[in-house]
Design a protein around this ligand. Structure first.
Ligand code: CTP
Length: 410
């Protein structure tokens, strides 16, 4: 394949490479970027050069690879030159050390200094061993960076260096490249032009002004679905009870409706359902509510008896009033006779896809960052999506949704 030759209007990418074994994959990423006609300036940390050769990057890139703050023959201040001219900075792989330095605002080498000397969007693609990836320090640094608008493409689960298997594997160059295109070119993904309505989190039913009945749902899966649907080109509305943060770049582009109770969630969803091409009920809706006491119930008055009342089944209502061509996805959280219960639920709810969680399994469902699901289609054909991040699960679900839309479902 011939590379498209970049001209002065070509998007300029700084490709940062930190010192990890996955650095070899960034050679392939670089090649794809060049094939697409982007102007790519590689910046390798000193440790990166232990894993990959500077010459390889120089040979494939638009200009020679840089490795240090000093001694650049083209400019005495390479970090500001690179930072100011970049349309996008991609760091792949981003190591725990690089992430920490960026979060702290340290600028002790060319890559970290370039990150600080730039207003361009930044995409970090972390790669490291599972123990490191799961360290609260690493996750907190990433949370800080996400809040500042940095995009993070989470690593996948799979074989790691040294024969280990787990979360922390650099995403494949083609996936990273897809996101790069999306950012730089207003990418048209498989959900472009589609309106996707997603519910997330556990509802809270007030007992009195201070107490609630709720459940263990964190809203993570629903939030991940919203982020990925947006990445795939959809116009997204998220109706959510979750208090977790969405990535800043996502918040700017999707409509977030905060709700608390099942009744509020129902109202928000029903109002927006007609205009939606896809509805995904990832929320854990309370099946029961209670008449709210206007004032705090006091101990001195004795142990109260709570009279529970059934909430409306929102999903059922949405399916009953669905419009032509609309795809509706339900979730099922089960603890026993998982598939049998789920197939019953699929029939009762009348959805196009049912995403089934066995919430009693380790690392699955409520409060976890990972999930493993079985996706049932209309005909109860089951396919298992093995344990992976909720973001990766979202890709699987939304890819199936996109193909149903293309078939003109239901
Ligand atoms: N759901 C809903 N409204 C409710 C209860 C559930 O819209 N009042 C939706 C959930 O968002 C989910 C699906 O229905 O997409 C299945 O939820 P789940 O709690 O697993 O099923 P239930 O119908 O509540 O049945 P059960 O709790 O008895 O298993």
């Amino acid at each position: 394949m011939h590379s498209a030759t970049p001209d002065s209007s070509s998007p300029r990418i700084v490709l940062g490479v930190a010192g990890g074994i996955a650095a070899y994959k960034s050679v392939e990423l670089l090649r794809r970027m060049r094939d697409a006609g982007f102007f790519v300036s590689p910046v390798l940390t000193r440790d990166a050069t232990r894993f990959v050769g500077e010459v390889t990057f120089s040979a494939l890139a638009s200009e020679p690879a840089r490795t240090g703050l000093y001694g650049d023959p083209t400019t005495p201040i390479p970090h500001t030159y690179l930072g100011q001219h970049a349309d996008l900075i991609v760091v792949a792989p981003a190591t725990a050390h690089l992430i920490a330095r960026f979060a702290m605002g340290l600028a002790d080498d060319l890559l970290s200094a370039t990150l600080l000397a730039s207003r361009a969007p930044v995409l970090l693609c972390p790669a490291m061993h599972t123990e490191m990836w799961e360290q609260p320090s690493v996750q907190e640094n990433l949370a800080v960076l996400r809040r500042r608008g940095v995009l993070v493409m989470e690593p996948s689960t799979g074989p790691l260096a040294g024969g280990d298997v787990g979360a922390g594997r650099l995403r494949e160059p083609e996936e990273i490249f897809e996101l790069v295109e999306h950012i730089l070119r207003g990418y048209r993904g498989p959900l472009s032009g589609r309106r996707v309505l997603i519910s997330a989190g556990g509802t809270r039913e007030s007992i009195d002004p201070v107490r609630v009945i709720s459940n263990r749902s964190s809203g993570r899966q629903g939030l991940a679905l919203a982020e990925v649907a947006h990445r795939l080109g959809a116009t997204v509305t998220l109706v959510s009870t979750s208090t977790l943060d969405l990535a800043l770049d996502v918040v700017r582009h999707i409509e977030v409706v905060r709700v608390e109770s099942a009744a509020e969630m129902r109202e928000a969803l029903v109002e927006r359902a007609v205009e939606s091409d896809v509805i995904i009920m990832a929320a854990a809706v309370s099946d029961f509510t209670v008449a709210r006491a206007p004032m705090k119930l006091k101990k001195v008055d004795g142990v109260p008896t709570l009279a529970l009342v059934a909430t409306p089944d929102i999903l059922h209502e949405l399916v009953a009033s669905r419009r032509d061509g609309q795809v509706i996805v339900g979730f099922a959280a089960e603890t026993n006779d998982v598939l049998e219960n789920a197939i019953g639920k699929l029939r009762r709810k009348g959805v196009d896809l049912l995403v089934v969680n066995d919430v009693s399994a380790p690392g699955v469902g409520f409060e976890h960052a990972t999930n493993e699901v079985v996706v049932l289609d209309k005909n109860a054909e089951a396919s298992t999506v093995t344990l992976r991040s909720k973001e990766a699960i979202s890709y699987e679900i939304l890819t199936r949704v996109a193909s149903l839309l293309n078939q003109g479902a239901p």
